[in-house]
Design a protein around this ligand. Structure first.
Ligand SMILES: [Zn+2]
Length: 246
């Protein structure tokens, strides 16, 4: 079977001297694992079009439990990321996170849309990296079925109090009157509103909000904690990003 579609390269792995294996988030066929034969040969056009962060038009051929890429032509490469190690490491983390969350065979166009938009904002500027990080983290989690219940206090249904408490493990919030356990993070209402915006807004609007640098940093800390707690794992790429940033 042959598949012709567009896709974003989330990961590339060298195999032997000249071949490589790539993980492609495609527009129409979900996540595909595919081999690129002779990728490393001199002047192989397929090599650039199947490099990490490249969004390309790709022709796949089925082969066993994987695919072979016969042809690939770049549409957009987020190569500008390479000039900024902080942004580059953040983009690598987005790819690792996306690879962790998308199941093979799962077809949801929002994953690709989110990744392309986030990489685009990272490469071209116009949004704070920490805003892009928080949006990508929380929205990816929502798309993957880990949407926290941010609508109202989980116990009494109160919509807002000045401080709300986020139970990261359960993914629910409590108002000032219902908070009990000390494991909950106290959050100013502005942070809850920002999280609601990311989780519930139409896709076109999710990056459109502003916050002080300090609040953005808090937001990014919370969305990150939520991921690490729900997925019960660490990300080397995230550790690297934090090392660079500090
Ligand atoms: Zn309450």
């Amino acid at each position: 079977m042959r598949i012709n579609t567009e896709g974003l390269i989330l990961k590339e792995q060298n195999i032997r001297e000249k071949d490589k294996l790539v993980y492609v988030l495609t527009r129409n066929s979900g996540l595909l694992r595919a081999f690129v034969h002779g990728a490393k040969s001199f002047k192989n056009k397929k090599n650039n079009a199947t490099a990490m962060f490249c969004y390309s038009k790709i022709s796949f051929r089925e082969s066993g439990d994987a695919y072979i890429i016969d042809e690939a032509e770049p549409i957009e490469s987020f190569f500008k990321l390479g000039a900024d190690i902080e942004k580059l490491s953040l983009a690598q983390y987005f790819c690792e996170l996306c690879l962790t969350l998308v199941q093979e065979g799962e077809q949801n166009a929002e994953y690709l849309r989110l990744m392309l938009n986030s990489l685009n904002f990272l490469a071209k500027g116009g949004r704070e990296p920490e805003l892009i990080k928080a949006v990508t983290e929380l929205r990816l989690m929502c798309v993957a079925g880990y949407m926290p219940n941010l609508i109202a206090c989980d116990k009494c249904g109160e919509y807002e109090t000045n401080t709300m408490y986020f139970d990261i493990e359960q993914g629910v919030i409590y108002c000032e009157n219902c908070v009990s356990a000390s494991v909950m993070l106290p959050l100013e209402i502005g942070l809850i509103r920002a999280m609601r915006h990311i989780a519930f807004s139409d896709f076109d609007k999710i990056y459109n909000f502003t916050m002080t640098k300090e609040s953005l940093s808090d937001l990014s800390f919370i969305t990150e904690r939520y991921i690490l707690s729900r997925l019960q794992r660490n990300f080397n790429t995230l550790d690297f990003y934090k090392e660079i940033k500090s």
